[in-house]
Design a protein around this ligand. Sequence first.
Ligand SMILES: Nc1ncnc2c1ncn2[C@@H]1O[C@H](COP(=O)(O)OP(=O)(O)O)[C@@H](O)[C@H]1O
Ligand SMILES: [Mg+2]
Length: 361
Amino acid sequence: MKIGVIGAGQLGQMLALAGHPLALEFLFLDSSADSPGARVGPIITGRFDDPASLRKLAAGADLVTYEFENVPVSALEKVSRTRPCLPPVEALRVSQDRLLEKQLFQRLGIPTPPFRPVDSIDELREAVTAVGLPCVLKTRRLGYDGRGQHYLRRPADILPAWAALGGVPLILEGFVEFDREVSIIGARSTRGETRCYPLAENQHRGGILRVTRAPHRNVRLQRAAERHLRRLLDYFEYAGVLTIEFFVQRGKLIANEVAPRVHNSGHWTIEGAVTSQFENHLRAILGLPLGDTSPVGHAAMVNYIGTMPDRDRILALPGAHHHDYGKAPRAGRKLGHCTVVAPTAAGRDALLRQLLRRVPR
Ligand SMILES: Nc1ncnc2c1ncn2[C@@H]1O[C@H](COP(=O)(O)OP(=O)(O)O)[C@@H](O)[C@H]1O
Ligand SMILES: [Mg+2]
C-alpha cells in the first residue's frame, strides 16, 4: 500500500517513519527536492497546484493525504477524482480561512474570541469599536507560525496595522488575556471510530510553538475539549487526525484555530503515548483500528527554532529523544525537536529544565 503525501516537510517525514513498521510506502509531492520527506521516500518535485505533478502523485499512490494546510483546495479536488483523498477537502477549505473557521466554531457552539471580517480601513475602524482593544488583525489565509498578524493596543495602531496587512481579506479578533494555551488532538477513522489524546499545554514565543507539555490533566477541560473536537470530526465526517488550539481563560476554553492534520503540539506522542499521532493518522485514513492514545508518562517537547543545538550535548541527556529534520538553518524555522518523558510531572519538569539549558533560545 502506497500513501501519497502532499507536502514533504517534517510532518510528512514523521508520517512515513510511523508508517514503515506497518509496511506502508510513501510518495511525496513538494516544490523542494531536499525537503525532510525526501529522506524517507521518493519525492515528485513540483508545485502543489501543478496538474502534471498531481496526476503523477495520484497515479503512483493508492491513497492521498496532506501534511500542509495551504495546499490549494482545487488541487485536492483534482486528486480526489482519481484517488481517495483524506482528510476531507471541506476540512481543508474551512481551516484555510480564519473567518470560515471561526464561523464554523460558532455554529457548532464552540466558544471563540469576538471577531469581525475586515476588508477596508473603514471596516477595520468599525471592527475595532465592536471587538474592543487590545485586538489582533490577521490575514484570513496563509498565516502560520505567527506570520500575517498585527497587534493593536491603541487607536493609533489602526493605521499601521492596515498599512502592514491591508489589501488581502482580514479578520480582527479580540486579544485573549489567556492563562495558558492548550491543544487537543483526535483521530477519526473511515469506519467512524474516534479517539482523543490528552490535552497538551503549549508555550509560544513570537507566535511560534516553543514548548509542549503533556498530559495537561484537567478533567473538566478535557471533557469540554473532547466534546468540541468530536463535533468537528462528526461535522466533517472526518478521517485522519485533527487538532484544535485553545486559549484557557478563567477556566474556560476559547477556540483559536483548527488544523486538519498532525500537529507540532502532538510530537510528544511519538515517545510519550502508546500510539503516536502519526501512526493514528495513517490508521484512521486506512480504516484500521485506531491505536491507544493514552500517555505512557509525562512528556515535554522542545522545538529547535532557527539554530540546531549541539547534538552530542542533547544526546548526553538521559532519555532525550532527538529529532533532526535535516533542514538548513534559518531564523524562525523549525529545524527539529526533542522529547523527554518521565514517570512523574515533577521528573519531567526537571528533565525539561536541563533540556532547555542545552537548546539555543
Ligand atoms: N486573539 C488572540 N489573543 C491572544 N493571543 C493570540 C491571539 N491570536 C493569536 N495569538 C497568539 O499567537 C499565536 C499564533 O497565532 P495563531 O492564530 O495560532 O496563528 P498560527 O497559524 O500562526 O499558529 C497563538 O498561539 C497565540 O499565542
Ligand atoms: Mg496556531
